[in-house]
Design a protein. Sequence first.
Length: 146
Amino acid sequence: MPQEKGSGLRSEGLLPAVGVGAAVYFTLSAISLSTLGLVGIGAGVGYGVGSWAVDKIRQKRCEKQMDRLPEELKVALQQWQTYLASRLAGRQPNPSEAEAIFAEFAQLQPFYAQQVQNFVHAHGGSTTGGAAYTQGQTRHVPVAEV
């Protein structure tokens, strides 16, 4: 009989140990998964905030560059954008359309068209859309994006 009491104690002591071990394992696994989830959420939020900040910095740089332009060039660019918007209703023109629309703009407002054309050419772009694309130029500023 003394042997039965000894073997019974061993099995009784082992069961709670396995139960506690399993509880600790599941708790730590749940904590690890929630930590990974929080890290993932943090990375997503960080990426979104970083992208937003970069966009704002680019916007500020663009505004500063526009402030440095001569007043007559600013007016010319605004006139071109207004004319282009009235002709296209929010869509992007293909190169031949942009060239044709710019030719019309040059007939209606030659002074402003010359200002825009000089600016575009000074920055490596072209106001003749189709030819610039087919020649394979590496740096092109389409007139519609000015």
